[in-house]
Write a protein that binds this ligand. Structure first.
Ligand SMILES: [Fe+2]
Length: 251
């Protein structure tokens, strides 16, 4: 599996605090079936995004990485004016592996009325916004139609694996399921921050998606689309709604 969202690089944000934890996180990811992981440190008002420092930390980690898991670079890019302006000036500064895909996290407090225009500007500058874990944002939980509209414009949606397992609460679980059934989820990622509470593992979520939504969706969301992101290619599709059989009446 390929994990496009994690905080595995140490000492940069609220993810891994030191290199030993980062190495353990990579070993854990590898044991649970992840082959590639994108280190995506936050870029927000609390944590500045310094590409030189990030490259240095990645080199330090790779020197001792014995997990077999390949590390790629990206950014947990928060949707705020300074970031947006900087990304439009430097379209590959924040994207995953130097390609077009950009992880975009919404504020929990407000959604810009101009969000469609912002996405339009990012798309026009050659970036492909990936809206991260909308199921965990109480404002976005009310905005299914806008999410679908943004997907229609060329954005995509990443759900967190733990949300699908109910580990972010019932509302996040239900909205994640709605998004899956609406056919607008393109990626599942771990958003791993540590070794315990938010580990960088996806195998349980993969098994769950495989069982509920089928093998085609599981392969798309955990392997094929993330693989396309790493090589800057087109995504292969999005989640396929669950088949409504007679048993679904009793769920
Ligand atoms: Fe994140």
């Amino acid at each position: 599996m390929i994990d496009i969202h994690s905080h595995v690089l140490f000492g940069l944000d609220d993810g891994s605090p030191d290199i030993e934890v980062s190495l353990e996180m990579l070993r854990m990811a590898g044991k649970h079936g992840t082959t590639d992981i994108v280190a995506s440190p936050h870029a927000n008002l609390e944590y500045s995004f310094d590409p030189a420092l990030i490259a240095e930390r990645k080199a330090m980690l790779e020197e001792r990485n014995d997990s077999g898991v390949r590390v790629h670079l990206g950014c947990d890019f928060h949707l705020q004016y300074e970031n947006i302006e900087d990304a439009i000036r430097n379209p590959r500064k924040y994207t995953i592996a130097g390609g077009p895909y950009l992880l975009v996290e919404f504020s929990d407090l407000l959604i810009f009325k101009t969000t469609s225009q912002i996405f339009n500007d990012l798309l026009s500058a050659g970036m492909r916004p990936v809206i991260t874990h909308p199921e965990r944002n109480s404002l976005l939980q009310q905005r299914l139609n806008e999410l679908k509209e943004w997907v229609g414009m060329g954005c995509s949606i990443q759900v967190t694996g733990q949300s699908l397992l109910g580990q972010f609460g019932t509302k996040a679980l239900k909205f994640a399921e709605t998004l899956m059934d609406e056919g607008v989820v393109h990626f599942v990622a771990s958003d791993g921050h540590d070794l315990k509470r938010r580990p960088p593992v996806m195998d349980a979520a993969f098994a769950h998606v495989h069982k509920r939504w089928g093998g085609i969706t599981a392969e798309l969301l955990f392997r094929e689309n993330p693989g396309a992101v790493l090589c800057g290619a087109e995504m292969r599709g999005s989640s396929v709604p669950r088949k409504k059989g007679i048993f679904s009446l009793f769920r």
